[in-house]
Design a protein around this ligand. Structure first.
Ligand SMILES: [Zn+2]
Length: 194
């Protein structure tokens, strides 16, 4: 931990072509998102790049249950073997019970016994239009609670996780290390647990 590096990048034109229409439900169009399924032979042999991880997060956001905030969020976790797990926000009529996309994704990793295998994170989000599609060109970063959740798995993995923050649309990406988003964090290491 402790590495501090902030940089922004822009996705290449070719990559943008690949992720165009990310707000379309993947089940309806097939293509690149399908290749990111965990059991995909490609996913097991090649590591998705940042653009592909963001594309997976955008695809997950299609399924956001966010009727209250109308703000969809998608998160994608790159696992050590190159596979990707995703999550999207899951709100509740009792507002305070709502779950964030990042937390849902980490819980999915936990359900597979893979908490220590997360090596990178992508998050994206934006206000939903009338058709329920995520819109906006401002990058979105994890909320404070999710930073703490991510810190749990980062310490378990012994990594200062890169967090790729993307907008709902467009090519702007801000990448941070978790230690930048949550400096001087309290975590399992403080309790002697690894
Ligand atoms: Zn959150």
């Amino acid at each position: 931990m402790g590495r501090t590096e902030l940089f922004s990048t822009r996705l290449s034109g070719a990559t943008l072509d690949a992720v165009a229409g990310d707000n379309d439900p993947p089940r309806q169009r097939g293509g690149r998102h399908d290749q990111l399924e965990c059991d995909s032979p490609r996913a097991m042999t090649e590591t998705p790049d940042t653009a592909e991880l963001i594309a997976a997060a955008r695809a997950a956001a299609v399924n956001a249950h966010a009727p209250y905030s109308r703000f969809a969020v998608g998160a994608a976790l790159l696992m050590r073997d190159g596979s990707v797990l995703t999550g999207t926000n899951f709100e509740n009529a009792s507002y305070g019970l709502s779950l964030c996309a990042e937390t849902v994704a980490v819980a999915a990793a936990n359900a597979q016994g893979r908490l220590r295998e997360i090596v990178a994170v992508a998050v994206t989000g934006g206000a939903m239009d009338e058709a329920g599609r995520m819109r906006g060109d401002a990058v979105v970063s994890p909320c404070g609670r999710c930073r703490q959740v991510l810190n749990e798995v980062a310490q378990l993995a012994g990594l200062d996780l890169p967090i790729h923050c993307a907008a709902a649309e467009g090519d702007a990406v801000a990448t941070y290390r978790l230690s930048e988003l949550l400096p001087h964090a309290f975590g399992p290491a403080d309790l002697g647990i690894f």
